[in-house]
Design a binder for this molecule. Structure first.
Ligand code: UFG
Length: 344
């Protein structure tokens, strides 16, 4: 019999790719999503890719009663992966309470419900933002966390602290927090990918939307950082590699292979690329010129972030396999395919 996994935020960018990988690894998936930043069309697309339609529950996880009810119905789940959250850094600076409310109320409701229903596995979607401005590179999981620049980032740090306290109080519960570096790319089918609402904050969707003609020009935020070409360095990771790491984390929880009740893993490639590296790779892969201009720094950006990846390799048996060119060409295929049928 297939083991059931609940995926909150399963219609979103990383969530939908993870649902595909879970289904392809023989798990039964139930998606909980409020569709606030995603579309139910994604479920049909997941079915197109995998041949299986995951169960979908439209639910606002800020609603405690509704959350309890939904988890009661699916209390045979072996584990929960919690993606549901708002994620726009700039918006969180403008509307901090909206971020604390949405990301933390929903987390607390989900954790309360899984305790109540004796579901004993939890995987949290965290971020390298919890390292703040790192004192040393590459960043290992032992690097101290710092208060992140944005309320969004702070919800990730606070969520990990809530989880840590809960795990100490509940001996049955096991949790894994996965700290993502910079996810980009899309599924090779071109059927699912990143779809930001409004003007993108992140580099990759801004590049592809500029190239497809929705944005006029990419602004490169600063070329006076202490890096090889002056633009900031990040560890870009293919979303499908990231999704595969979630399946390995679920396996680890379900097979009770954890060494500690709360484990934390970085998910990156270990390679740092500058903004200009990404633009150059895009121009090479697409054989075109990107319209861009260097402008001033964006507040809150750190010069360099890249991951130490040894722990995920050793404990999860996971290594990211895809190159920067592959990440970029898949993002581009997705953008083009999506825009061919959707005009905005
Ligand atoms: N950048 C530009 N122009 C743009 C957008 C981005 O030059 O229009 C640059 C940024 O200055 C930065 C790099 O591209 O140097 C990457 O920026 P992103 O916004 O794509 O990613 P960040 O590293 O700022 O943020 C990501 C995630 C956050 C997470 C953070 C953790 O999107 O969710 O990593 O460090 F909090």
């Amino acid at each position: 019999m297939k083991q059931k996994i609940i995926v909150t935020g399963g219609c979103g960018y990383i969530g939908s790719h993870t649902v595909v990988e879970l289904i392809e690894n023989n798990y039964e998936v139930v998606i909980f999503d409020d569709l606030s930043n995603s579309s139910s069309e994604t479920i049909d697309r997941i079915e197109k890719i995998t041949g299986i339609k995951p169960t979908f529950v439209e639910i606002d996880l800020k609603d405690e009663l509704a959350t309890n009810k939904a988890f009661k119905i699916h209390n045979d789940a072996k584990s929960v992966i919690n993606f549901a959250a708002h994620k726009a850094v700039g918006e969180s600076v403008q509307k901090p309470l909206m971020y604390y409310k949405n990301n933390l109320y929903s987390l607390i409701n989900v954790l309360s419900a899984i305790e109540e229903q004796n579901i004993d596995g939890f995987i949290f979607s965290s971020s390298a933002t919890v390292y703040g401005t790192p004192n040393s590179l590459p960043i290992t999981e032992k690097n101290e966390t710092q208060r992140p620049f944005s309320p969004y980032g702070n919800t990730k740090k606070m969520a990990e602290e809530i989880l840590d306290d809960l795990i100490k109080s509940n001996k049955n519960l096991a949790a894994i927090s996965l700290r993502y570096f910079n996810p980009i790319g899309a599924h090779e089918s071109g059927l699912i990918g990143e779809l930001p609402t409004g003007v993108p904050n992140n580099l990759m969707p801004y590049i592809t939307q500029t190239a497809v003609g929705i944005r006029e020009k990419l602004m490169v935020y600063g070329n006076d950082y202490p890096t090889k070409d002056g633009t900031p360095i990040r560890d870009y990771i293919h979303v499908v590699d990231l999704a595969k790491a979630h399946v390995l984390a679920v396996d680890r929880i379900v097979k009770k292979e954890q060494e500690e009740a709360f484990e934390i893993f970085n998910l990156g490639t270990g390679n740092g690329y500058s903004v200009l590296d990404v633009i150059n790779s895009f121009e090479k892969v697409t054989n075109s010129k990107l319209n861009y201009e260097i402008t001033g720094r964006r507040p809150g950006d750190v010069p360099q972030l890249f991951a130490a990846i040894d722990l995920a390799k050793e404990k999860l048996g996971w290594v990211a396999g895809k190159t920067l060119d592959e990440m970029i060409s898949s993002s581009w295929s997705w953008e083009q395919k999506y825009r061919a049928t959707h005009k905005s």
